[in-house]
Design a binder for this molecule. Structure first.
Ligand code: ADP
Ligand code: MG
Length: 284
Protein backbone atom coordinates (compact mmCIF):
# COMPACT_ATOMS: atom_id res chain seq x y z
CA UNK A 1 0.00 0.00 0.00
CA UNK A 2 1.43 3.37 -1.03
CA UNK A 3 1.55 6.49 1.15
CA UNK A 4 -1.31 8.95 0.45
CA UNK A 5 1.23 11.20 -1.30
CA UNK A 6 3.94 9.25 -3.04
CA UNK A 7 6.38 11.10 -5.29
CA UNK A 8 8.66 8.36 -6.54
CA UNK A 9 12.00 9.48 -7.94
CA UNK A 10 10.48 12.38 -9.86
CA UNK A 11 12.36 14.74 -12.15
CA UNK A 12 11.02 17.72 -14.05
CA UNK A 13 12.46 20.24 -16.53
CA UNK A 14 10.34 23.16 -17.73
CA UNK A 15 9.76 22.81 -21.51
CA UNK A 16 11.55 26.02 -22.54
CA UNK A 17 14.59 24.92 -20.50
CA UNK A 18 14.88 21.55 -22.20
CA UNK A 19 17.26 22.72 -24.95
CA UNK A 20 19.20 25.05 -22.73
CA UNK A 21 21.74 24.27 -20.09
CA UNK A 22 19.27 25.20 -17.31
CA UNK A 23 19.24 22.62 -14.55
CA UNK A 24 16.13 20.54 -13.97
CA UNK A 25 13.60 22.13 -11.58
CA UNK A 26 13.28 18.74 -9.84
CA UNK A 27 15.86 15.98 -9.86
CA UNK A 28 15.17 12.52 -8.47
CA UNK A 29 12.89 13.71 -5.70
CA UNK A 30 11.47 10.97 -3.53
CA UNK A 31 8.89 12.17 -1.00
CA UNK A 32 6.31 10.02 0.80
CA UNK A 33 3.67 11.59 3.01
CA UNK A 34 1.40 9.56 5.25
CA UNK A 35 -2.32 10.07 5.75
CA UNK A 36 -2.95 12.68 8.45
CA UNK A 37 0.62 13.95 8.44
CA UNK A 38 1.51 17.65 8.51
CA UNK A 39 4.64 18.26 6.47
CA UNK A 40 6.32 21.63 5.93
CA UNK A 41 8.45 22.21 2.84
CA UNK A 42 11.21 24.83 3.04
CA UNK A 43 13.89 26.01 0.65
CA UNK A 44 15.33 29.20 -0.81
CA UNK A 45 13.77 30.80 -3.91
CA UNK A 46 13.96 28.61 -6.96
CA UNK A 47 14.69 25.41 -5.02
CA UNK A 48 11.72 23.62 -6.59
CA UNK A 49 9.02 23.86 -3.91
CA UNK A 50 6.25 25.18 -6.16
CA UNK A 51 7.22 22.80 -8.95
CA UNK A 52 6.90 19.94 -6.46
CA UNK A 53 3.52 21.24 -5.21
CA UNK A 54 2.20 21.45 -8.78
CA UNK A 55 3.01 17.77 -9.25
CA UNK A 56 0.68 16.82 -6.42
CA UNK A 57 -2.50 17.66 -8.26
CA UNK A 58 -1.31 17.06 -11.79
CA UNK A 59 -0.86 20.69 -12.80
CA UNK A 60 2.56 19.38 -13.87
CA UNK A 61 3.42 15.80 -14.79
CA UNK A 62 6.85 14.38 -13.99
CA UNK A 63 9.32 13.91 -16.85
CA UNK A 64 10.79 10.99 -14.92
CA UNK A 65 9.41 8.92 -12.05
CA UNK A 66 5.76 9.02 -10.97
CA UNK A 67 3.43 10.67 -8.49
CA UNK A 68 0.60 8.77 -6.83
CA UNK A 69 -2.11 10.57 -4.88
CA UNK A 70 -4.10 8.07 -2.83
CA UNK A 71 -2.78 5.38 -5.22
CA UNK A 72 -3.88 7.33 -8.31
CA UNK A 73 -1.18 7.90 -10.92
CA UNK A 74 -1.22 11.62 -11.84
CA UNK A 75 -0.30 10.70 -15.45
CA UNK A 76 -3.64 8.95 -15.89
CA UNK A 77 -5.88 11.58 -17.54
CA UNK A 78 -9.03 9.70 -16.58
CA UNK A 79 -8.17 10.25 -12.88
CA UNK A 80 -7.59 14.00 -13.19
CA UNK A 81 -10.84 15.14 -11.56
CA UNK A 82 -10.57 12.57 -8.79
CA UNK A 83 -6.97 13.63 -8.07
CA UNK A 84 -7.85 17.34 -8.05
CA UNK A 85 -10.74 16.86 -5.63
CA UNK A 86 -8.66 14.56 -3.41
CA UNK A 87 -5.75 17.00 -3.28
CA UNK A 88 -6.78 20.64 -2.85
CA UNK A 89 -4.38 23.49 -3.56
CA UNK A 90 -4.15 26.89 -1.89
CA UNK A 91 -1.82 29.53 -3.31
CA UNK A 92 -0.12 32.66 -2.11
CA UNK A 93 -2.52 35.34 -3.30
CA UNK A 94 -6.08 34.93 -1.98
CA UNK A 95 -7.35 37.53 -4.48
CA UNK A 96 -6.55 35.15 -7.35
CA UNK A 97 -8.54 32.34 -5.73
CA UNK A 98 -11.78 34.12 -4.90
CA UNK A 99 -14.32 34.04 -7.70
CA UNK A 100 -17.70 35.21 -6.38
CA UNK A 101 -18.99 38.50 -5.00
CA UNK A 102 -20.37 37.01 -1.78
CA UNK A 103 -18.42 34.79 0.62
CA UNK A 104 -20.80 31.82 0.75
CA UNK A 105 -21.21 31.77 -3.04
CA UNK A 106 -17.47 31.62 -3.28
CA UNK A 107 -17.27 28.59 -1.00
CA UNK A 108 -20.15 26.99 -2.93
CA UNK A 109 -18.37 27.39 -6.27
CA UNK A 110 -16.53 24.04 -6.39
CA UNK A 111 -19.36 21.85 -5.03
CA UNK A 112 -21.73 23.55 -7.51
CA UNK A 113 -19.35 22.67 -10.33
CA UNK A 114 -19.24 19.13 -9.04
CA UNK A 115 -23.01 19.04 -9.63
CA UNK A 116 -23.91 18.21 -6.03
CA UNK A 117 -27.51 18.61 -4.82
CA UNK A 118 -28.34 22.01 -3.23
CA UNK A 119 -28.76 20.63 0.30
CA UNK A 120 -25.34 18.94 0.13
CA UNK A 121 -23.81 22.20 -1.15
CA UNK A 122 -25.39 24.09 1.76
CA UNK A 123 -24.14 21.50 4.25
CA UNK A 124 -20.60 21.76 2.91
CA UNK A 125 -20.58 25.57 2.81
CA UNK A 126 -21.82 25.75 6.43
CA UNK A 127 -19.29 23.17 7.63
CA UNK A 128 -16.32 24.71 5.79
CA UNK A 129 -17.05 28.27 6.91
CA UNK A 130 -17.37 26.97 10.46
CA UNK A 131 -14.03 25.15 10.22
CA UNK A 132 -12.14 28.28 9.17
CA UNK A 133 -14.07 30.47 11.64
CA UNK A 134 -15.74 32.63 8.98
CA UNK A 135 -19.44 31.81 9.47
CA UNK A 136 -20.33 35.35 10.53
CA UNK A 137 -18.87 36.76 7.31
CA UNK A 138 -20.87 34.56 4.95
CA UNK A 139 -22.91 37.40 3.45
CA UNK A 140 -19.98 39.77 3.04
CA UNK A 141 -18.16 40.73 -0.14
CA UNK A 142 -14.75 39.00 -0.19
CA UNK A 143 -12.93 42.15 -1.33
CA UNK A 144 -14.00 43.90 1.89
CA UNK A 145 -12.22 41.31 4.06
CA UNK A 146 -8.68 41.36 5.48
CA UNK A 147 -5.94 39.26 3.84
CA UNK A 148 -6.15 36.59 6.55
CA UNK A 149 -9.93 36.40 6.21
CA UNK A 150 -9.70 36.15 2.41
CA UNK A 151 -7.16 33.37 2.65
CA UNK A 152 -9.43 31.51 5.10
CA UNK A 153 -12.28 31.83 2.58
CA UNK A 154 -9.97 30.47 -0.14
CA UNK A 155 -9.19 27.52 2.15
CA UNK A 156 -12.90 26.99 2.83
CA UNK A 157 -13.50 26.98 -0.94
CA UNK A 158 -10.96 24.18 -1.35
CA UNK A 159 -12.29 22.28 1.67
CA UNK A 160 -15.75 22.30 0.09
CA UNK A 161 -14.44 19.63 -2.32
CA UNK A 162 -13.77 17.53 0.80
CA UNK A 163 -10.15 16.83 -0.09
CA UNK A 164 -8.07 14.43 2.01
CA UNK A 165 -4.90 16.41 1.26
CA UNK A 166 -4.39 20.15 1.37
CA UNK A 167 -1.31 21.50 -0.40
CA UNK A 168 -0.59 25.12 0.44
CA UNK A 169 2.05 27.09 -1.43
CA UNK A 170 3.15 29.97 0.80
CA UNK A 171 -0.42 30.74 1.91
CA UNK A 172 0.73 33.32 4.46
CA UNK A 173 3.36 35.10 2.38
CA UNK A 174 1.13 38.11 1.67
CA UNK A 175 -0.42 38.33 5.14
CA UNK A 176 0.33 40.46 8.18
CA UNK A 177 1.18 38.71 11.49
CA UNK A 178 -2.43 38.51 12.65
CA UNK A 179 -3.54 37.14 9.26
CA UNK A 180 -0.76 34.55 9.44
CA UNK A 181 -1.91 33.47 12.90
CA UNK A 182 -5.53 33.14 11.74
CA UNK A 183 -4.54 31.01 8.77
CA UNK A 184 -2.13 28.82 10.74
CA UNK A 185 -4.69 28.16 13.45
CA UNK A 186 -7.20 27.09 10.77
CA UNK A 187 -4.54 24.83 9.20
CA UNK A 188 -3.69 23.21 12.54
CA UNK A 189 -7.36 22.61 13.25
CA UNK A 190 -7.87 20.97 9.86
CA UNK A 191 -4.95 18.68 10.43
CA UNK A 192 -5.50 17.81 14.08
CA UNK A 193 -9.27 17.71 14.27
CA UNK A 194 -10.31 16.76 10.74
CA UNK A 195 -7.33 14.53 10.01
CA UNK A 196 -6.55 16.30 6.73
CA UNK A 197 -3.06 15.65 5.39
CA UNK A 198 -1.28 19.00 5.09
CA UNK A 199 1.65 19.93 2.88
CA UNK A 200 2.64 23.49 3.75
CA UNK A 201 5.25 25.35 1.74
CA UNK A 202 6.46 28.29 3.75
CA UNK A 203 9.42 30.53 4.39
CA UNK A 204 8.34 31.18 7.95
CA UNK A 205 10.33 28.98 10.31
CA UNK A 206 7.79 29.38 13.12
CA UNK A 207 5.14 27.88 10.82
CA UNK A 208 7.41 25.02 9.78
CA UNK A 209 8.09 24.34 13.46
CA UNK A 210 4.37 23.48 13.86
CA UNK A 211 4.65 20.60 11.37
CA UNK A 212 5.41 16.98 12.25
CA UNK A 213 8.07 16.77 9.56
CA UNK A 214 10.14 19.31 7.69
CA UNK A 215 11.58 18.79 4.22
CA UNK A 216 14.19 21.27 3.00
CA UNK A 217 14.69 21.52 -0.75
CA UNK A 218 17.71 22.88 -2.56
CA UNK A 219 18.43 22.94 -6.31
CA UNK A 220 15.54 20.65 -7.11
CA UNK A 221 16.50 18.02 -4.55
CA UNK A 222 15.66 17.11 -0.98
CA UNK A 223 18.55 18.49 1.08
CA UNK A 224 17.37 17.80 4.64
CA UNK A 225 14.45 15.98 6.19
CA UNK A 226 13.31 15.19 9.73
CA UNK A 227 11.26 16.47 12.64
CA UNK A 228 11.42 20.25 13.13
CA UNK A 229 13.75 19.70 16.09
CA UNK A 230 16.06 17.47 14.07
CA UNK A 231 16.17 19.78 11.07
CA UNK A 232 16.49 23.12 12.89
CA UNK A 233 19.26 21.91 15.22
CA UNK A 234 21.44 21.48 12.11
CA UNK A 235 22.09 25.22 12.15
CA UNK A 236 25.21 25.17 9.98
CA UNK A 237 23.49 23.09 7.32
CA UNK A 238 20.37 25.28 7.46
CA UNK A 239 22.52 28.38 6.95
CA UNK A 240 24.45 26.78 4.11
CA UNK A 241 21.08 26.26 2.38
CA UNK A 242 20.46 30.05 2.59
CA UNK A 243 17.83 29.70 5.30
CA UNK A 244 17.71 31.12 8.80
CA UNK A 245 16.82 28.89 11.75
CA UNK A 246 14.08 30.03 14.17
CA UNK A 247 15.25 32.96 16.32
CA UNK A 248 15.18 30.77 19.44
CA UNK A 249 17.60 28.29 17.88
CA UNK A 250 19.76 31.12 16.50
CA UNK A 251 20.17 32.52 20.03
CA UNK A 252 21.08 29.14 21.54
CA UNK A 253 23.45 28.45 18.63
CA UNK A 254 25.28 31.77 19.12
CA UNK A 255 25.68 31.09 22.84
CA UNK A 256 26.86 27.59 22.03
CA UNK A 257 29.45 29.04 19.63
CA UNK A 258 30.69 31.27 22.45
CA UNK A 259 31.47 28.17 24.44
CA UNK A 260 28.31 27.79 26.51
CA UNK A 261 27.22 24.29 25.82
CA UNK A 262 23.49 24.48 25.11
CA UNK A 263 21.02 22.18 23.38
CA UNK A 264 19.80 23.65 20.08
CA UNK A 265 16.51 21.80 19.72
CA UNK A 266 14.42 24.28 21.71
CA UNK A 267 12.17 25.80 19.07
CA UNK A 268 9.42 27.48 21.04
CA UNK A 269 10.05 30.64 23.04
CA UNK A 270 8.97 28.89 26.24
CA UNK A 271 11.29 25.89 25.71
CA UNK A 272 14.15 28.26 24.90
CA UNK A 273 13.44 30.40 27.97
CA UNK A 274 13.28 27.30 30.22
CA UNK A 275 16.62 26.09 28.87
CA UNK A 276 18.27 29.49 29.49
CA UNK A 277 16.70 29.69 32.95
CA UNK A 278 18.06 26.26 33.90
CA UNK A 279 21.45 27.19 32.45
CA UNK A 280 21.63 30.43 34.48
CA UNK A 281 20.50 28.63 37.67
CA UNK A 282 23.26 26.05 37.20
CA UNK A 283 25.77 28.90 36.89
CA UNK A 284 24.73 30.45 40.24
P1 ADP B 1 10.39 27.72 -5.48
O1 ADP B 1 8.91 27.55 -5.41
O2 ADP B 1 11.14 26.89 -4.50
O3 ADP B 1 10.81 29.15 -5.40
P2 ADP B 1 10.10 26.86 -8.25
O4 ADP B 1 9.55 25.49 -8.18
O5 ADP B 1 9.15 27.97 -8.56
O6 ADP B 1 10.91 27.18 -6.90
O7 ADP B 1 11.26 26.91 -9.33
C1 ADP B 1 12.22 25.89 -9.48
C2 ADP B 1 13.06 26.21 -10.74
O8 ADP B 1 12.24 26.14 -11.89
C3 ADP B 1 13.69 27.59 -10.72
O9 ADP B 1 14.94 27.50 -11.33
C4 ADP B 1 12.74 28.40 -11.57
O10 ADP B 1 13.42 29.44 -12.22
C5 ADP B 1 12.24 27.38 -12.58
N1 ADP B 1 10.86 27.69 -12.98
C6 ADP B 1 9.79 27.82 -12.17
N2 ADP B 1 8.66 28.07 -12.87
C7 ADP B 1 9.04 28.09 -14.17
C8 ADP B 1 8.33 28.28 -15.40
N3 ADP B 1 7.02 28.47 -15.41
N4 ADP B 1 9.05 28.22 -16.54
C9 ADP B 1 10.39 28.00 -16.53
N5 ADP B 1 11.11 27.80 -15.42
C10 ADP B 1 10.45 27.84 -14.25
MG1 MG C 1 7.41 28.96 -5.02
Amino acid sequence: MRSIVSAEDISYTYPQDENQASPAALEHVDIKIEKGEFVAVLGHNGSGKSTFAKHLNAILLPSGGAVYIDNMDTRDQSLLLAIRSRCGMVFQNPDNQLVATVVDEDVAFAPENMGLPPEEIRRRVDACLETVGMTEYRDRAPHMLSGGQKQRIAIAGVLAMEPSILVMDEPTAMLDPSGRREVMSAVLKLNREKGITVVLITHHMDEAAMAQRVIVMSRGKVALEGTPKEVFSKVDEIKSLSLLPPQTVELLWRLDKKGYSLPLDRLSVSECADTLEAFLKAKD
